[in-house]
Design a protein around this ligand. Structure first.
Ligand code: F6R
Length: 262
């Protein structure tokens, strides 16, 4: 099995530009019909750069939708018990940061439903929706400080599917920055499972910033263990990691590392 392709750019903005070009190349090659989108801070520069790239690249006249209005998107996760209309629900975040700026068709952008009395059923339906769409061509992923991918917290099974999970205390503390108080941060979420994520044909991992120092070495050079869910990414055959020097610090010398100025 080949290891990840690792691309290092000087900072988050330039990581975002490199990520946007990567996505645009796949799209131009006809290899991207279904995109998995992460929320959180890490991919925000990427979405901004992609919006600029796709806006600048449009030659024809369109209605409300852009040239990529036929792209289907699936979010990784959603809080349980937060109204979808709440500004920090992932429904709102994806609409604000992805659907609108990329001018995607809202009908084709899916986010798990957490605003329901039956989140388990909603999770099963979401898994089925991804399957019915033919799976995900490219899944964008961030990595939490505790190694979570999606909201698959430490201990999650490698073959887990989309389901309801309890958020770890450190995840709730990390995400408190988006809410007024820690108490306002939901305690549960619906997340694509680790097995669901590994089914994506390609993965694009975006990790940068001071809070992520050394994280990639733990994910890609340490043992594959449920205690650090991102380590399972070592088992996926097509992973591109876009990162900055801080997060890449300590990565073993055997990796294929490219540098870009973004
Ligand atoms: C987001 C998600 C999470 C984040 C992770 C990193 O949909 O599922 O796994 O990717 O918590 O978050 P940031 O990028 O804010 O550090």
């Amino acid at each position: 099995m080949t290891g990840p392709r690792i691309v290092i750019a000087p900072d988050g903005e330039q990581v975002g530009r490199a990520g946007a070009r990567h996505i645009d190349r796949l799209r131009a090659a006809g290899a991207l019909r279904t995109l998995g989108v992460a929320t959180g801070s890490s991919p925000l520069p990427l979405y901004r750069a992609l919006a600029t790239l796709w806006r600048d690249g449009e030659h024809r006249e369109h209605g409300d939708l852009g040239e990529h209005g036929d792209l289907t998107a699936f979010a990784l996760d959603e809080y349980v018990g937060l109204p979808s209309s709440h500004p920090e629900s992932y429904h709102s975040v994806v609409a604000r940061e992805v659907t609108g700026p990329l001018r995607l068709d809202p009908e084709r952008v899916h986010v798990p439903c957490g605003d329901t009395d039956a989140p388990d059923r909603a999770a099963a339906r979401y898994e089925e929706l991804i399957r019915a769409a033919g799976g995900i061509d490219l899944q964008i992923l961030g990595i939490g400080g505790n190694g979570h991918i999606g909201f698959n917290e430490p201990g999650s099974a490698p073959d887990s599917r989309t389901r309801v999970v309890d958020l770890a205390d450190d995840t709730r503390r990390a995400n408190a920055r988006f809410f007024e108080t820690l108490d306002d941060v939901p305690r549960r979420a619906v997340t694509q499972g680790i097995g669901t994520i590994l089914d994506a044909r390609r993965l694009l991992v975006i990790v940068h910033g001071a809070g992520k120092a050394g994280l990639l070495a733990t994910a890609f050079d340490g043992p594959v263990t449920a205690g650090f869910p991102a380590s399972i990414l070592q088992r996926h055959p097509d992973v591109t990691v876009m990162t900055d020097p801080v997060a890449a610090d300590g990565l073993a010398a055997h990796h294929t590392i490219e540098e870009t100025s973004g």
